[in-house]
Design a protein around this ligand. Structure first.
Ligand SMILES: [Zn+2]
Length: 403
């Protein structure tokens, strides 16, 4: 259940990085890998052979000849092996299969009732993922929304592992859920053990914000060593990339900003028992609650976002307040951690008033040196960002397991 936490320096030209360079097209040959890594051709050859033997790389015909023998081209296999991924949300789960480069092969969105409990929900989602991986299509035919074949073709292939994201705190060493705020019946549930009884491949469990951070980092900011990703949807959380690696801290709770206190008057009560937590002020769920308390009839976050789009005064003011609250906490994070990029994702990332006040607060409260070259941006909107992160959890694990 652990992944390789070796420092970045040790990974320069390590198997994971070689694989990534081939997967992203930065390298197509051993010579490219040698040039990018600074490693000797013989060291690169050894590492490439090991990756080929593990089925993580393959040779794909001849490359461009510059006279003499044509170099053999390297590629990440697209048909041989897949990784399963589950990104569990409050009402929906995105599941999929991805190839070993982290490209989505198949993706589906399924409705979920968290209150049905972990055995029912995870049992069904695992069955769907293994069915996708075996090329058998969906287990359930009803209710699938947005089912798609992302890149055409079947997904059949050997399943190498399953990555799972949970919308609540996960103890990394055990894969156990600890005190989630909106998941009744899930507290203390051992996701990893439950899944290990059902599939005989590695299962890696993490929280949804870490998945988004890893997915966004590997696809948009892979060359940046220090990054912070905020996931602002129904709940609110963040994932931290430090020295190119997901930083989990001692227990796995690093980046969990949901119960940091912000200035709010009145300070709304939080599900954790305290008042004025970021989650109780700035999450999608908090906006729904606050609007209802003001007598505005609204069903869910979709309704709130629609009101903001329509210029509703109450909803817009709340979104600005939420942006300020996120900006306050983020300013502490930026001053403390000095990232190169701060990116916001989740459904609230499309909310302009929230984004504008978050950005303004961040500039107002941060040290000039911390913001001088800081990029503040949206996570590229994709429903597959979470399953991409989940797949990279597994890919990293597979690569780390075969040094
Ligand atoms: Zn709280």
């Amino acid at each position: 259940m652990t992944i390789d936490d070796a420092p970045r320096e040790a990974l320069r030209g390590g198997p994971r990085e070689l694989l990534r360079w081939v997967a992203t097209g930065a390298a197509v040959s051993r010579a490219d890998l040698s040039r990018l890594s600074g490693l000797s051709p013989s060291t690169v050859s050894q590492r490439v052979e090991a990756l080929i033997n593990q089925g993580l790389l393959e040779e794909a015909g001849a490359g461009q000849s510059r006279g003499g023998r044509r170099p053999r081209q390297l590629a990440v296999p697209t048909g041989g092996a897949v990784v399963g991924a589950i990104d569990l949300g409050a009402h929906h789960a995105r599941i999929g299969t991805l190839d070993l480069s982290g490209r989505v092969v198949q993706g589906r969105t399924l409705p979920v009732r968290i209150e049905d409990g972990p055995e029912t929900v995870l049992g069904a989602l695992l069955a769907e993922v293994t069915a996708l991986a075996s090329g058998g299509g969906a287990v359930s035919s009803g209710g699938a929304d947005g089912a798609s074949l992302a890149s055409g073709g079947g997904a059949a292939g050997a399943l190498r592992g399953v990555g799972i994201g949970i919308p609540g705190p996960v103890q990394h060493s055990t894969g156990r859920i600890v005190s989630p705020s909106r998941m009744p019946g899930w507290n203390g549930f051992d996701v990893a053990a439950f899944c290990a009884d059902r599939v005989d491949v590695p299962v890696i469990v993490d929280n949804d914000a870490n998945l988004m951070a890893l997915g966004a980092h590997r696809t948009a900011h892979a060359e940046m060593d220090h990054a912070v990703y905020i996931k602002a949807g129904t709940g609110i959380g963040s994932g931290v990339i430090s020295s190119g690696q997901l930083h989990r801290g001692a227990q796995g709770s690093a980046g969990d900003i949901s119960h940091c206190r912000v200035v709010a008057d009145p300070a709304p009560l939080c599900s954790c028992g305290n008042a004025g937590c970021l989650e109780a002020v700035a999450s999608g769920a908090a906006l729904v609650t606050a609007l209802r308390e003001q007598g505005v009839p609204v069903d869910d976050l979709t309704g709130v976002l629609r009101l903001i789009d329509d210029g509703d005064r109450h909803a817009t003011a709340l979104a600005r307040q939420a942006g300020r609250a996120i900006g306050e906490i983020l300013a502490v994070v930026v001053n403390f951690f000095n990232p190169q990029v701060v990116a916001i994702g989740g459904r609230l990332a499309d909310c302009e008033p929230l984004l504008a006040s978050m950005r303004a607060t961040l500039y107002e409260r941060c040290l000039p040196l911390a913001t001088q070259t800081l990029l503040i941006e949206r996570v590229a909107t994709s429903q597959d960002i979470g399953i991409t992160g989940a797949a990279h959890l597994v890919i990293d694990h597979v690569v780390a397991a075969h040094p």
